[in-house]
Design a protein. Structure first.
Length: 321
């Protein structure tokens, strides 16, 4: 995200969530299922992730129209479909611990947003406010864009999740003129009846601060927004992601926002309008030299993707309750 141009530019600290359960008693439960799967899968360690680049070119991804018989979602009629493209079609889930599960990965922003200021500045209804359709995102001081970062990490995470049998839906795959708008990003997850969704971002905070944080949906019941049903499961997902990301990448918690790597927000359309468990992750501060060095390293991005995939796996395979 970007502190001046992003969806978060509105009052970002209005609903500060105070997490006092630092040890997260849910974590052992969160990981129990995943560990069970690990045992079945031969004990693959997330820390030993293959760091080879695994991004797939867009051309290798079938278009949504190429799989009419699948459960490929289409943009909600009520959402902003101005860019004219459908969300990337999911590959069919195969065998594995996530067989039968659907995951939505939402790469924040779009490299082409910068060329469509009118379209992305259009206001959309996020329930408790109107927000920009989408934003350009941030970049490192050397010009590596947040949009490029998020799409690369999501490609890597998709491959891992598909290997575990999940059906993976992307909200965009570099295949749209701009966007999608934040309301459509949520609508894609809803239409897919996703079991979980993760929106991937990099932050654009002052250069002196660093670290990652996970953003959880606040309870919002206003207008078309009602997050009542997703607050609790999203928190479980978010705590799992927070712990897994720190352990896998070594990135510290953000030292400038949130608490112990967690922040709760009521001003993000992508969360307000979601009907499925969803969190955002700000993987680091792209304006900070140390974070930028890591985020521009493909090996680190592979670790970030591994963490996201492992967290989703842990969440989705955890015992109910
Ligand atoms: Zn962003």
């Amino acid at each position: 995200m970007n502190g001046t141009t992003d969806e978060r530019s509105a009052p970002r600290r209005s609903t500060r969530f105070r997490l006092t359960v630092l040890g997260c008693t849910a974590v052992p439960l969160c990981f129990a299922g995943w560990l069970s799967w690990q045992a079945l899968a031969g004990g693959h360690s997330p820390a030993a992730a293959d760091a080879s680049p695994s991004a797939r070119p867009s051309s290798a991804v079938p278009s949504a129209g190429a799989s009419p018989g699948s459960a490929a979602p289409t943009a909600s009629p009520g959402a902003s479909a101005g860019a004219g493209a459908s969300p990337s079609a999911p590959a069919s889930g195969g065998a594995g611990p996530l067989s039968g599960r659907t995951v939505v990965l939402d790469p924040g922003h779009n490299p082409e947003n910068v060329n469509h200021p009118t379209e992305i500045n259009r206001q959309v209804d996020v329930g408790n406010a109107h927000k920009e359709c989408d934003t350009t995102g941030t970049e490192t001081n050397d010009g590596y864009s947040e949009a490029a970062f998020t799409l690369d990490v999501v490609h890597r995470a998709r491959e891992i999740l598909q290997d575990r049998g999940a059906k993976v839906v992307l909200t965009q795959d570099g295949d749209r003129a701009y966007g999608p708008c934040v309301d459509e990003r949520a609508a894609i997850g809803n239409a897919a009846h996703a079991d979980a969704a993760v929106s991937v971002h990099g932050d654009g905070a002052p250069t002196s601060v660093s670290g990652f944080h996970v953003i959880l949906p606040a309870k919002v019941t206003a207008g078309i927004a009602d997050t009542s049903a997703i607050v609790d499961p999203s928190r479980r997902l978010g705590v799992t992601l927070r712990d897994t990301f720190k352990a896998t990448t070594g990135e510290p918690y953000a030292d400038y926002i949130g608490e112990q790597g967690l922040d709760t927000r009521s001003d993000l359309g992508g969360l307000n309008l979601s009907k499925v468990p969803k969190v955002f992750i700000e993987c680091g501060n792209m304006r900070n030299a140390g974070d930028a060095q890591r985020m521009t390293d493909p090996k680190w991005r592979q670790l970030a993707a591994q963490a996201i995939a492992d967290a989703l796996t842990g969440y989705l395979t955890a015992p109910a309750g």
